[in-house]
Ligand binder design. Structure first.
Ligand code: HEC
Length: 92
């Protein structure tokens, strides 16, 4: 049992460090089923999206609103803060 707990602890810390390896913000976890950083999947890559919205400081607010309504973007579950953090990370 102790060994199992150890393994879980190691896996969890490796998971946290994994964000660095993938250069991916943990806030984006729930988005990656449809998005990738630099490849088109179901949705556009975050690289393209960031380039497209560059200089538009209202973009993040508008996209969060779309996600909440499920209009113009598939509905994504999450609190305002979660979605804001995720969109901010996507547009970085
Ligand atoms: C169910 C699939 C799905 C999930 C989950 C998803 N997206 Fe998307 N996303 C899309 C699709 C499809 C589009 C293209 C929508 C369009 O332009 O019609 C898109 C577009 C976008 C855009 C570009 C919008 C614009 O107007 O420039 C951003 C930014 C974005 N997604 C961020 C996110 C973030 C952040 C998350 C996680 C919180 C997320 N997405 C989760 C499918 C998804």
């Amino acid at each position: 049992m102790k060994k199992v707990l150890m393994t879980v602890a190691v896996a969890v810390s490796a998971g946290l460090a994994g964000g660095v390896v993938l250069a991916q913000d943990p806030a984006l976890k729930k988005c990656m089923g449809c998005h990738d950083m630099d490849k088109k999947k179901v949705g556009p890559s975050f690289k393209d999206v960031a380039a497209k919205n560059k200089g538009n400081k209202d973009a993040a607010t508008a996209i969060v609103a779309k996600m909440k309504d499920g209009k113009g973007h598939p509905k994504v579950a999450g609190t305002d803060d979660e979605l804001k953090a995720a969109v901010a990370a996507a547009l970085k």
